[in-house]
Design a protein around this ligand. Structure first.
Ligand code: FES
Length: 156
């Protein structure tokens, strides 16, 4: 993991703090989450404290600091999905899983992230569960869906 991280860092200029967000995005894309090791290294590279990085990253709502759950849900919060009620989906997921976006349940089963437009605006609100799209989803469908997903997980 160290090497992959080092390769990503090398693409950026040391000390160029404006690159923080793109760097975090790239690390998350390649490694799956922002490990403590990654945050420390990025901090050293850009001359930023880890506290500052965590503060900025959590503000963006789309970074994760733990490995994703076995069931990984992406919730679109692009303009169209937002207008179609994605916020109620996010609230329901918070309520059902007890976790914030970017976190993973203690049993390692679920995690969810908020993402921008996934290109299916006509079918929003849209979520993606382990790579599979669920269209026109409503908050009231979520408890049943999560129950089904958990059942599949436990009986796989
Ligand atoms: S805004 Fe959600 S798919 Fe485009």
């Amino acid at each position: 993991m160290g090497t992959e991280l080092d390769l990503i860092l090398k693409k950026y200029k040391p000390g160029k703090r404006e690159d923080l967000i793109p760097m975090l995005q790239e690390v998350q894309e390649h490694i799956g989450f922002l490990s403590e090791e990654a945050v420390v290294k990025i901090g050293n590279y850009l001359g930023l404290s880890t506290t500052k990085i965590y503060g900025l990253a959590t503000f963006y709502d789309r970074f994760r600091f733990y490995p994703a759950g076995k069931i990984k849900i992406l919730v679109c919060n692009g303009t169209s999905c937002f207008l179609n009620g994605s916020q109620s989906i996010i609230n329901k997921l918070k309520e059902e899983t007890g976790i914030q976006p970017g976190f993973t349940t203690r049993d390692g089963n679920f995690s969810y992230e908020i993402v921008s437009c996934m290109g299916g605006c006509q079918n929003g609100p849209l979520i993606k569960v382990n790579g599979e799209y669920h269209t026109h989803i409503s908050a009231s469908q979520l408890p049943e869906l999560l129950k089904k997903l958990k059942y599949v997980l436990e009986n796989d």
